[in-house]
Ligand binder design. Structure first.
Ligand code: ADP
Ligand code: ASP
Ligand code: MG
Length: 413
């Protein structure tokens, strides 16, 4: 019999009825003789509510206290699920991250998992108990509660599966698998039976929030068998969801593009009239990096008259801080002419391992956007992805036309 880690997200845990529904599914797997570790998220909306509450009291809440507070969302759902299972006659026990323990570093609000103690869980599993673990949280070396970043319960689930060498990690959510793009934007999006780790990693890092990026990294590194499934399918009508797999496992001919991702949380900054001399990129981006602001795309134009323009993108939440730094510290220091900014942009990306062997993907993408009159502001490519920055108002249109242009609506050949 197998050892299975199941993770249930916020929508799946969103009401007493839904929690009982999760309990019934867990009980069915248990009845088949499997050992179960169940990782849960807070009820949908709860983490947002707690963060808003903290900001209401303190505009820039202390990170340690914020973590202590937002971790309570998951503490509620572990206990509720354990109660529901016990009422069904299934032995179950809930654990906070600290009780497991899930040990992390001390980077509050985006802590990294260092290791997981498995003796408590193994003892309970040996006794036939279902172990329920609070996702999204851990404990640092000083006993502080930490959290793993938004969407972090996926990573808790995969990390536990890796630590326990589970046979499979099942991520139950409100869609029945990974789609060619977010089905909320393109209803014609198609469910993928399989996707490679590499592609899933790109999709997650380019904005497809169906899996937290770190969970995919973990699963790839520790070879965790990872599956995305729906928690809403009725008994007897369950499907197999999407298996995240290694490229060699996919025997069929690969489509050129497997999926379209998008990210609204983007903003662009341009430094105009920068003296065109060695070291200028470092003088602009060095202080930005020191301030812990992540930079994504970078463009430096060809210089003329001894000056050039330099543009880069940051997360929209960092836009104001980065712009202020450019205006007050960097511009006077390097002698640039002006700073421009735009926080109404978005990034749309096509991802597919098939791009490696098929030239022309970029030109299809540019033609498709041109035909719709969508202006491309920035471009970046890697071996298996191509991303463009466009005005935010074109996001849905761009995703829809690209999805169609790459034939993602039809069944794979
Ligand atoms: P959970 O609360 O279960 O963790 P999330 O909201 O984090 O659920 O992730 C599921 C959502 O991800 C879906 O409802 C869907 O709108 C969105 N999503 C974005 N891109 C994709 C994609 N390519 N395939 C499937 N779902 C996607
Ligand atoms: N509850 C946390 C969040 O909303 C973690 C998660 O759901 O994965 O980000
Ligand atoms: Mg999620």
């Amino acid at each position: 019999m197998a050892l299975i880690v199941q993770k249930y997200g916020g929508t799946s845990m969103g009401s007493p009825d839904r929690i009982r529904n999760v309990a019934r599914r867990v009980a069915r797997w248990k009845a088949q003789g499997h050992s179960l570790v169940v990782v849960v998220s807070a009820m949908s909306g709860e983490t947002n509510r707690l963060i808003a509450l903290a900001r209401d009291v303190s505009p820039q809440p202390d990170a340690r206290e914020l973590d202590a507070m937002v971790a309570t969302g998951e503490q509620v759902t572990i206990a509720l699920l354990a109660m529901a299972l016990k009422d069904m006659g299934v032995p179950a026990k809930s654990y906070t991250g600290g009780q497991v323990p899930v040990r992390t570093d001390s980077t509050f609000t985006k802590a990294r998992i260092l290791d997981i103690g498995d003796s408590n869980i193994r003892r309970d599993l040996d006794e036939g108990t279902v172990v329920i673990v609070a996702g999204f949280q851990g404990i640092d070396a000083d006993g502080n509660i930490t959290t793993l970043g938004r969407g972090g319960s996926d990573t808790s689930g995969v990390a536990l599966a890796a630590a326990l060498k589970a046979d499979e990690c099942q991520i139950y959510t409100d869609v029945d698998g990974v789609y060619t793009t977010d089905p909320r934007i393109v209803p014609e999006a198609r469910k993928l039976d399989r996707i490679t780790f590499e592609e899933m990693l790109e999709l997650a890092s380019l904005g497809s929030k169906v899996l937290q990026i770190r969970s995919v990294e973990f699963a790839g590194k520790y070879k965790v068998r990872l599956r995305v499934l729906s928690s809403f399918e009725e008994e007897g009508k369950e499907t197999l969801g999407t298996l995240i797999t290694f490229e060699d496992d996919i025997k069929m001919e690969q489509p050129i593009i497997s999926g379209i991702a998008f990210n609204r949380d983007e903003a662009k900054l341009t430094v105009l009239g920068v003296p065109d001399r060695p070291g200028i990129a470092y003088q602009i981006l060095g202080p930005i990096a020191e301030a812990n602001i992540d930079v994504d795309m970078i463009i430096q134009n060809v210089g003329h008259d001894g000056t050039t323009d330099f543009s880069f993108t940051v997360n929209r939440s960092e836009y104001a801080r980065a712009k202020k730094m450019l205006e007050e510290e960097i511009k006077p220091h390097i002698g640039a002419r002006a700073i421009e900014g735009d926080n109404h942009i978005c990034k749309v990306s096509g991802v597919g391992v098939g791009m490696r062997s098929h030239p022309g993907v970029a030109s299809t993408m540019f033609r498709t956007l041109a035909e719709e009159g969508i202006n491309i502001q920035m471009i970046s490519t890697s071996e298996i992805k191509i991303s463009v920055v466009v005005d935010e108002k074109y996001l849905e249109l761009a995703v829809r036309v690209l999805h169609k242009a790459f034939g993602l609506e039809q069944a794979a050949a």
